[in-house]
Design a protein around this ligand. Structure first.
Ligand SMILES: Cc1cc2nc3c(=O)[nH]c(=O)nc-3n(C[C@H](O)[C@H](O)[C@H](O)COP(=O)(O)OP(=O)(O)OC[C@H]3O[C@@H](n4cnc5c(N)ncnc54)[C@H](O)[C@@H]3O)c2cc1C
Length: 564
């Protein structure tokens, strides 16, 4: 079955996560329900037409020919359709040609585009992050030079952090930047794993590169951010001389074959400083936070596509006698369980991602510190849980297909291969969890406690109609509150040992909360909410037991003990 854009799901979920508050702000007053529905419907139509590119990219990966990246068949046309539709710069400022739409709406569009073709969607996602970083940190001259062309999709953007010795440890970056005396810099070094490091369909590729100035202190505090374009814009802003950078090679990967992952070499390439010297990490974080939510939704996007396909297969495939007599495997209890889990998880992860997007929009529209803290708290959860969900749901999708899931023709295996990297890039999910229990708890848990208060207040309101579900959600939020108090009292190393289970437990409770709200809003969703609350939510208890254990038991498993 071809992918169908889940438009009514977006409308419903935007309601559940409180998008009405965003639309009620002056900044986003134009995002009325009708306008949003029309935008999503248009985007949905486009995304449904992009789906054939997914297989094309997998079968015919991007390749490097004589130093030039040749993209997969159809990707250039697909990219042009995305760019001319205005979908790259949806949330960019109208001052630079963007539509100024809420991130919540862009998040829904990215979700559909990622379902259609993840490898291609990664390209505009990178550009969107770059636009945001430039809007916040670049000089006026650089803004007017680059942003309009990125917004229109004429040019593409990349992010260059990783080096062979600097992966999760970004502070180990060695790429050098030296002042050329005319306000620009010579950038020298090698970056690895650069997504869409080059392509054959945009007029320019604009690299945001982390590099170290000669007086830059060690670690993250000594890193600066530079714009290093492939073609140096001339006085009229058109692509001019070729910069001294090139693609050395493209990686052979488990999946996401349509996205060229490049080793980039910079040989005294001309670069322009973005923001203050040595403050590159702060500027890059603007891009990374945007990209973290975006990558979380990539997980949801693939999960949605994998679910739709598995559901369709399970309704057609007949095996043995089923309790309901149809013979279709969907009527076997175990297959029904897998499909229900897939649907419930897609709902939870999407709700968390959209709640994060709403918080970002509210923070922008109101400047409120509380909304900022909410967005910051939810970002690592949206990233890690969204992408874990992508991996788990795609994995279940293979299982629902049985042997055909292992055969490439069905596409089930490709979903599983493609989505795997989303749990790794943009900060591994382990790093996200550490961010949640350390940086995001520097307010002594205030933002988390405020969220637990909301979950419990909503559960109280639901008690009359759904006492069992409301009771379970309320108790789970109370357990999270107690676990959070315990976590904050722990030394960092103990927190880190329980970080991943803590993040998952947090997501479980939020998932229960949103399922409960959905059952209240629409009785047709009660069965799914009951499934999620009775069968998935209880996992929080075993996860929190791990959180309480701290680090000692882990480190007791010495390398020798592990090797024994
Ligand atoms: C397909 C693909 C596309 C990519 N695109 C880009 C891109 O466009 N731009 C870019 O700059 N980079 C990109 N990357 C790089 C990506 O962001 C890194 O791979 C990722 O950050 C992890 O770094 P690493 O691979 O060096 O793993 P490592 O940092 O070596 O991590 C290995 C393991 O150790 C864990 N670990 C590491 N440090 C810690 C710590 N302090 N505490 C606890 N656990 C830790 C990690 O969680 C992981 O499980 C891409 C990677 C891939 C595979």
């Amino acid at each position: 079955m071809p992918y169908r854009a889940p438009l009514s799901e977006f409308t419903f979920l935007l309601d559940v996560v409180g998008f009405a508050e965003v639309a009620a702000t002056d900044r986003f007053a134009e995002a009325s329900p009708d306008t949003v529905a029309a935008i999503l419907s248009e985007a949905g139509k486009l995304c449904e037409t992009l789906t054939p590119l997914n297989r094309a990219g997998d079968k015919h990966p991007a390749r490097l020919e004589n130093g030039v990246v040749r993209t997969s068949p159809g990707f250039a046309e697909g990219y042009r359709a995305i760019a001319t539709g205005g979908w790259v710069g949806m949330s960019a400022s109208p001052e630079f040609g963007g539509m100024g739409l809420p991130i919540s709406v862009t998040t829904c569009v990215n979700d559909m585009m990622g379902s259609a073709c993840l490898a291609l969607q990664l390209n505009p996602l990178m550009t969107q992050g770059q636009i945001e970083a430039l809007e916040h940190h670049a000089s006026d001259a650089l803004k007017s030079m680059y942003i309009p062309k990125l917004v229109s999709g004429e040019w593409c953007g990349t992010m260059n952090l990783t080096e062979s010795q600097a992966g999760s440890d970004v502070g180990a970056v060695r790429t050098k930047a030296e002042a050329l005396g005319d306000g620009t810099y010579a950038i020298t070094g090698q970056k690895i794993f650069i997504s869409w490091g080059d392509n054959d369909f945009s007029g320019n590729v604009c690299h945001l590169v982390l590099a170290r100035l000669p007086d830059g202190p060690e670690g993250t505090k000594g890193i600066s951010l530079f714009m290093v374009p492939k073609m140096i814009p001339d006085a009229d802003g058109n692509p001019g001389a070729r910069n001294t950078l090139h693609v050395v090679s493209l990686e052979h990967k488990l999946g996401l074959h349509g996205s060229p992952t490049a080793v980039m070499q910079y040989d005294a390439a001309q670069g322009w400083l973005i923001g203050e010297p040595h403050k590159g990490m702060a500027a890059m974080f603007t891009m990374m936070n945007n990209a973290r939510l975006g990558v979380g939704m990539q997980g949801v996007a693939v999960a949605e596509a994998a679910f739709q396909q598995a559901l369709s297969y399970a309704m057609d495939r007949k095996q043995g006698r089923t309790p309901l007599g149809s013979g279709a495997i969907i009527d076997h209890a175990d297959v029904r369980r897998m499909l229900a889990e897939m649907k419930a998880e897609v709902f939870s992860a999407r709700a968390i991602g959209l709640a994060c997007a709403v918080a970002i929009d509210m923070a922008r529209a109101t400047g409120s510190a509380e909304w900022q803290a909410r967005a910051a708290l939810l970002t690592p959860i949206a990233k890690a849980y969204g992408t874990d969900t992508g991996c788990e749901v795609a994995h279940l999708g293979v299982q629902v297909h049985g042997g055909m899931g292992f055969i490439e023709e069905t596409g089930a295996a490709q979903f599983s291969r493609d989505v795997r990297v989303t749990a790794i890039y943009e900060g591994t999910n382990g790093i996200q969890a550490m961010d949640l229990v350390a940086r995001k708890m520097m307010d002594h848990g205030e933002a988390a406690y405020r969220l637990f208060d909301e979950v419990q207040a909503a559960a109280e309101m639901a008690r009359g109609k759904h006492p069992d579900l409301a009771g379970a959600v309320w108790i789970s939020a109370e357990a999270m509150r107690e676990a959070t108090e315990g976590l904050i009292a722990m030394p960092l190393q103990d927190r880190f040992a329980g970080a991943a289970p803590y993040l998952r437990a947090f997501a479980r409770v939020l998932g229960g909360h949103f399922h409960l709200k959905s059952a209240l809003a629409d009785p047709g969703r009660l069965a799914l909410a009951e499934f999620a609350t009775k069968r998935l939510l209880p996992e929080y208890a075993s996860l929190l037991a791990q959180v309480r254990e701290g680090a000692a038991g882990l480190y007791a498993l010495t390398p020798e003990a592990l090797s024994a």
